[in-house]
Design a binder for this molecule. Structure first.
Ligand SMILES: NC(=O)c1ccc[n+]([C@@H]2O[C@H](COP(=O)([O-])OP(=O)(O)OC[C@H]3O[C@@H](n4cnc5c(N)ncnc54)[C@H](O)[C@@H]3O)[C@@H](O)[C@H]2O)c1
Ligand SMILES: O=C(O)C(=O)C[C@@H](O)[C@H](O)[C@H](O)COP(=O)(O)O
Ligand SMILES: [Zn+2]
Length: 382
């Protein structure tokens, strides 16, 4: 485990994808360098910034100012915050606005926001005039450690998460850790689930470091930058080896088969943010691995304990409104999981654990033990 970096050192992580390689620039204050970096990358470019209302309030002006200071023309497209925008309607709004702004093939779309804006704007860029490049300026912890990197873009269908989309890599990622200071504590915690995911799936030393230092990440400073850079390095490595998820990349889906089904079951609403679904899903994946005898109960308990310490939900009963409204039953959750993109010839694929820090891809998982496991979990007392 390398020593945490000093606050003031911006870090560059390279996503090595040949002629589509790009930099992730991480550090406090790096948003101010956006204009200069874009001008260097694309002299003479015009841009459209896609953002949401909350992010616009805090960060649109500094973003526009940086681009203006480099002489880059901008227009702005502001959507509603939350999953409500990661929809057909949201895509239509952004696409029509990009066309109205006359964004041409050589121009750039700039996604300024969390994972919702990144996925939505990235997908709109992927299909606009059959493909316009885009820059990610992630403003949530989740977006800085995960969604801004790797080129998965898309929207939800009422039938499931991210069911429409494209692989479309950004040409640059600017992750300014100072913008996280305006993020709500609940959203910060939700993003932290994806940070913990990198430890659980492939880096036991990082997980141990997180167990000791997670509260410093929430406070800010060098621990936050270290956690973001470590997560981005992990994701960049996987993506550069398996861009289109034909193998290893599926490991990044740890906790998501359960998590996405829970997000769909709660209507992609504020009852359960994506990161919270990942936290519950990752706990379930660890417990299911223990049930299959792949890890010990103590390992599963270790994963859950850390997520609880970070303030995250880990049980189905933790989902808002569970006591009043309940949740889909086990069969309904199984039906939602059947739409998972890892399903092959109707058979479920799960990411399970062989150890804390070592995830594996389990193909052809029989539905019966999963259904029984879910029934057990749904029956637990609140
Ligand atoms: N493409 C990928 O690889 C990938 C990876 C992980 C998650 N995702 C997707 O990302 C989405 C979740 O992303 P998210 O958690 O960032 O949600 P989000 O984009 O909805 O942002 C969370 C909330 O925080 C607000 N916000 C964002 N940055 C802020 C800031 N700096 N200050 C104040 N408020 C701020 C937003 O307005 C929003 O209300 C999900 O749709 C998920 O499917 C995609
Ligand atoms: O980048 C990936 O690959 C991931 O799986 C990262 C996940 O955190 C992310 O939520 C992703 O959008 C899920 O992908 P999906 O293919 O299951 O929609
Ligand atoms: Zn995720």
């Amino acid at each position: 485990m390398t020593a945490p970096l000093k606050h003031s050192d911006p870090v560059n992580v390279d996503v090595a994808l040949g002629d589509r390689a790009y930099d992730i620039v991480i550090g406090r204050g790096v948003l101010a360098s956006l204009g200069e970096r874009v001008a260097r990358l694309r002299p003479g470019v015009r841009t459209a910034i896609v953002t949401d209302r909350t992010v616009a309030k805090h960060w649109l002006e500094p973003t526009e100012a940086s681009l203006a200071s480099a002489g880059i023309p901008t227009s702005r497209i502001v959507v509603e915050e939350g999953e409500i925008s990661k929809t057909y309607a949201g895509l239509e709004k952004v696409s029509e606005a990009l066309i109205a702004a006359k964004i041409e093939r050589n121009d750039l779309v700039i996604a300024l926001g969390g994972g919702v804006v990144g996925d939505l704007a990235g997908f709109a860029a992927a299909i606009l005039r059959r493909g316009v490049d885009f820059v990610q300026v992630p403003t949530s912890l989740l977006a800085q450690v995960d969604s801004s990197v790797g080129g998965k873009t898309g929207i939800n269908s009422p039938q499931g998460k991210n069911l429409l989309g494209a692989f479309h890599q950004p040409v640059l990622v600017i992750a300014d850790t100072a913008v996280l200071d305006t993020l709500s504590p609940r959203q910060f915690r939700a993003g932290y689930a994806e940070v913990a995911k990198y430890g659980v799936l492939g880096d036991e030393a990082f997980f141990t470091w997180l167990e000791k230092n997670h509260s410093d990440i929430f406070k800010g400073g060098s621990a936050r930058e270290h956690a973001i850079a470590t997560s981005c390095r992990a994701k960049a490595g996987v993506v550069s080896r398996d861009e289109r998820e034909t193998g290893e990349r599926a490991l990044l889906n740890l906790g998501h088969t359960f998590g996405h089904a829970l997000e769909a079951a709660t209507g992609f609403s504020d009852r359960l943010f994506h990161g919270e679904g990942v936290s519950i899903g990752m706990t379930l994946a660890a417990q299911f691995s223990a049930k299959l005898g792949m890890i010990g109960e103590a390992d599963a308990a270790r994963v859950e304990r850390h997520l609880i310490e970070a303030g995250l939900p880990t049980r189905l009963q933790d989902i808002a409104g569970f006591a009043q409204e309940g949740l889909a039953d086990a069969d309904a959750l199984m039906a939602l999981m059947a739409q998972d993109k890892k399903v092959k010839r109707g058979k479920l694929t799960f990411i399970l654990l062989e150890a804390v820090g070592r995830a594996v891809i389990a193909k052809d998982v029989e539905p019966a033990p999963v259904r029984d496991f879910l029934k057990e979990k749904l029956a637990q007392k609140a």
